[in-house]
Design a protein around this ligand. Structure first.
Ligand code: A3P
Length: 322
């Protein structure tokens, strides 16, 4: 299975030979490294991020569990941090109208996938990155610097369904297959999923947010859906760029960002309907339904019971509910 990935370093090759490995949701192996499951390609990138990425005190990093609405928060953070420029230059098109949020806020993993030590000098301060790396495996400089972390997760049942649908889109179209729901569900429950176990990922950042509330901001997709204005204002306060009274009430700054980044708006843009990322992913695959509770249409009562039990056991005593 090591042949799947070009240019594996000797370090990565040797490491993989010592790790538990298992077939993932796609026909590719996954490896269990520092308590988390990664595909071979991702593991290679994680090692590079750990070795080479140097966080600056002014950096802002969005961390999320896959399929928790990362693309939404990328759009929101980008708009929030750049709001004064685009607000005062009405003639300049907002970049979100032409680019997919993944192009504007890159994943550290993607930056380090092709280029082991990428040149980040063109990023202006504050640099905004994203990652799915779990708290325990973050590069040391992210933990030791004053960089800020915004963490996003979502209830496990919607996360699973969204991931299953996304994975199906990645399977070769000509075969017409979908990855079997029961099999991938079993893997998800056992923790064998992209950056899984899901629950350990969430708990790592939840605890960090309690211990270091000035550094780690913990947010759920459901909270964002329920009270977007309130959460956006909390985010702005946390990042040290609070909205003025005028922005909140008079010139509609808060509402304008939410409208621009809404599912309805982003998903209908030409770039997100027909565009592609450099990784080959179709932009439209990141916009499916954008709703809370879609899992009811997919999971059987047995599945619901199993996943709810795991969530209860894993989060027991933490005070966390998802
Ligand atoms: P569904 O598959 O449940 O529809 P990620 O960006 O982490 O891959 O998450 C993708 C999920 O976020 C998908 O969920 C997608 O539809 C949803 N999503 C994308 N853009 C959104 C937006 N602007 N608002 C709300 N949800 C959005």
């Amino acid at each position: 299975y090591l042949q799947e990935v070009d240019n594996l370093t000797d370090e990565c090759r040797e490491l993989i030979s010592t790790l538990p490995s298992e077939m993932g949701w796609l026909p590719m192996f996954m490896h269990f490294y520092q308590g988390i499951w990664y595909s071979t390609r991702t593991l290679k990138a994680i090692l590079q991020v750990q070795h080479h990425f140097r966080a600056l005190d002014s950096d802002i990093v969005l961390v999320s569990t896959p399929k928790s609405g990362t693309i939404w928060l990328k759009a929101i953070l980008f708009s929030l941090l750049n709001r004064s420029y685009y607000h005062s230059n009405k003639k300049v098109d907002h970049p979100l109208l032409r680019k997919n949020p993944h192009e504007l806020v890159p994943f550290l993993e993607s930056l380090h996938m092709l280029d082991t030590n990428p040149d980040l000098s063109s990023f202006t301060s504050p640099r905004l990155f994203a990652t799915h790396i779990p708290f325990g495996s973050l590069p040391e400089s992210m933990k030791n610097s004053k960089c800020k972390i915004v963490y996003l997760c979502r209830n496990p049942k919607d996360t699973y369904v969204s991931l299953w649908q996304f994975t199906n889109n990645l399977l070769p179209k000509e075969t017409g297959t979908t990855s079997p729901l029961e099999e991938t569900f079993d893997k998800f429950c056992r923790g064998v999923s992209m950056y899984g176990p899901f629950w350990d990922h969430v708990l790592g950042y939840y605890k960090a947010s309690l211990e270091m509330p000035h550094k780690v901001f913990f947010l759920t997709y459901e909270e964002m859906k329920e009270k977007p204005r309130e959460q956006l204002k909390r985010l702005a306060d946390f990042l040290g760029c609070p909205f003025s009274e005028d922005e909140e009430e008079v010139d509609g700054g808060v509402d304008e960002i939410l409208r621009l980044c809404s599912f309805n708006n982003l998903s209908k843009l030409e770039v997100n309907q027909n565009g592609k990322l450099s990784t080959g992913h179709e932009n439209k695959s990141f916009f499916r339904k954008g709703e809370v509770g879609d899992w009811v249409s997919y999971l059987t009562p047995d599945m619901i019971e199993r996943i709810d039990r795991i969530t209860e056991e894993k989060f027991h005593g933490s005070g966390l509910k998802l």
